[in-house]
Design a protein around this ligand. Structure first.
Ligand SMILES: *Cc1c(COP(=O)(O)O)cnc(C)c1O
Length: 448
């Protein structure tokens, strides 16, 4: 079923092959350095890159820019209360601003934080407080083809091990990320969320849900968790968030906005602590680094995100691309998660060692063959880890259509056909912080 028609359009252009080859070389084989105008289909991220609805554009005009007490903030508060069930809200300029406000209010030096998998900004904010981020994925989370329903789940057993090493007094915070962005956008069940809640109670910790993709997660719960098969996505989302003391949210994901984020909580004392830190880093707590107009767009977007019409169309798009690739026998991570399809670059290029960045090679091939931009999430992005060599094709919300996906399919197929002929890459420049090198490092081809 088709859920939208277009009201505004943007021209896109596929540069010629020579142009693409030149652009790639000038970008140092790092697609973050490409000009967006030179990209034909941009699957770099689904963060803030989606199309807003006509209702959101209309809401922008209602934006009130008062420094304090803006009615736009009141409309956000009421959307967060209705959709997510939290009475206290602090806006932030985007998700990582919310992370700074919340985690900075809870953590101190030497603490340990279990999370199913820390998203990169989450890990960095935990580290920034002098605390240690411990990932607790379930067994099989990195198995590219295990047919499990909730590969994003939090392993309470692993978290318990971490607590037994450092003592519960050093674990003031437990996080569950839904969907699990760094594990291929895989969902987390409500049954698992309940167990994490009980675990947090057991060690007297604050339980935070990283809710950036809470609506996508609720869709999978309805599909895969029997108890919730008959419930609306909106009701499921609220039920899942009910177990948390607080959430961090990026409005650029399931807020369906181009910018923004917030912290929301039901804990009044925590709210008061967060407010002081918000003033320091984000702004007065009724705008928190956002323009009133953007707050309006995010408030409307939150309500849209849990409607069946939106969420069914959203997941169907991602799955359609996944199925097209699977049918063409392209190696991918399955089942497909909520916001992206992940290509298994390790299987494309068994002749390349991880030090030759097979994922980044594939990213370059996709641009070279079809002007498609994806992102590497393997040994280039995560130095010294034994993660699989994945390339993420993230689908911006409400932006592309079947014809775009057909072009992506043809492009990936060509890259797959040429897989035996490509060479690896090596670093030409090495930025100071290796964890962030995939954003800015330059590379060069290794010729054999
Ligand atoms: C995107 C994201 C964040 C950070 O949000 P930004 O708006 O990009 O700052 C945090 N956690 C998860 C799981 C995310 O996907």
């Amino acid at each position: 079923m088709v859920a939208y028609k277009s009201k505004a359009v943007e021209r896109i252009r596929l540069p010629g092959r020579d142009e693409r080859e030149r652009a790639l070389e000038e970008a140092g084989y790092n697609v973050f350095a490409l000009a967006a105008d030179d990209v034909y289909i941009d699957l770099l991220t689904d963060s803030g890159t989606g199309a807003m609805s006509d209702e959101q554009w209309a809401a922008l005009h209602r934006g009130d820019e008062s420094y304090a007490g803006s009615p736009s903030f009141e409309r956000l508060e009421s959307a967060v209360a209705d959709v997510m069930g939290f009475p206290y809200v602090i806006p932030a300029h985007q998700g990582r601003g919310a992370e700074n406000v919340l985690y900075g209010s809870i953590l101190s030096e030497g603490d340990v934080v279990p999370n199913n998998t820390h998203f990169d900004t989450t890990r960095a904010h935990v580290a920034n407080q002098g605390a240690e981020a411990v990932d607790c994925p379930i067994e099989g989370a990195h198995d590219l083809s295990a047919a499990e329903s909730f590969k994003g789940n939090f392993s309470v057993e692993r978290a318990r091990e971490a607590v037994s090493e450092v003592g519960a007094e050093n674990v003031p915070l437990v996080i569950s990320t839904i969907t699990n962005n760094s594990t291929a956008g895989q969902p987390v069940s409500i049954e698992n969320t309940r167990r994490v809640r009980a675990f947090a109670d057991e060690i007297d910790a604050t339980f935070v849900i990283d809710a950036c993709r809470f609506a996508e997660n609720a869709f999978f719960v309805r599909e895969r968790e029997d108890e919730y098969a008959e419930m609306s996505v909106a009701d499921i989302a609220r039920e899942q968030l009910e177990y948390a003391d607080a959430v961090v949210m990026s409005g650029k994901k399931d807020g369906l906005a181009n910018t923004g984020g917030f912290v929301a909580t039901r804990d009044e004392a925590l709210f008061e602590r967060c407010k002081s830190r918000a003033i320091l880093y984000e702004g007065f707590p009724t705008y928190g680094g956002m323009a009133g107009r953007d707050i309006e767009a995010m408030a409307v977007g939150l309500r849209e995100a849990v409607t069946d019409a939106y969420i069914e169309d959203r997941i169907e798009q991602v799955r359609t691309l996944g199925s097209m690739l699977e049918e063409a026998d392209i190696p991918t991570y399955t089942p497909v998660g909520g916001h992206a399809v992940y290509l298994d670059a390790g299987s494309f290029y068994p002749h390349l060692d991880s030090s030759e960045f097979p994922g980044q090679v594939l990213v370059c091939e996709l641009y070279r063959e079809g002007g498609v931009r994806g992102v590497e999430l393997g040994s280039f992005a995560f130095p010294d880890s034994d993660r699989p060599e994945l390339v993420r094709l993230a689908i911006p919300r409400r932006t592309y259509h079947q014809e775009h996906f057909e072009h992506v399919l043809e492009t990936v197929k060509r890259a797959y056909e040429n897989r035996d002929t490509v060479d690896g890459l090596r670093l030409a420049t090495e930025p100071e912080i290796p964890e962030l090198r995939h954003f800015t490092a330059e590379l060069e081809p290794v010729s054999r």
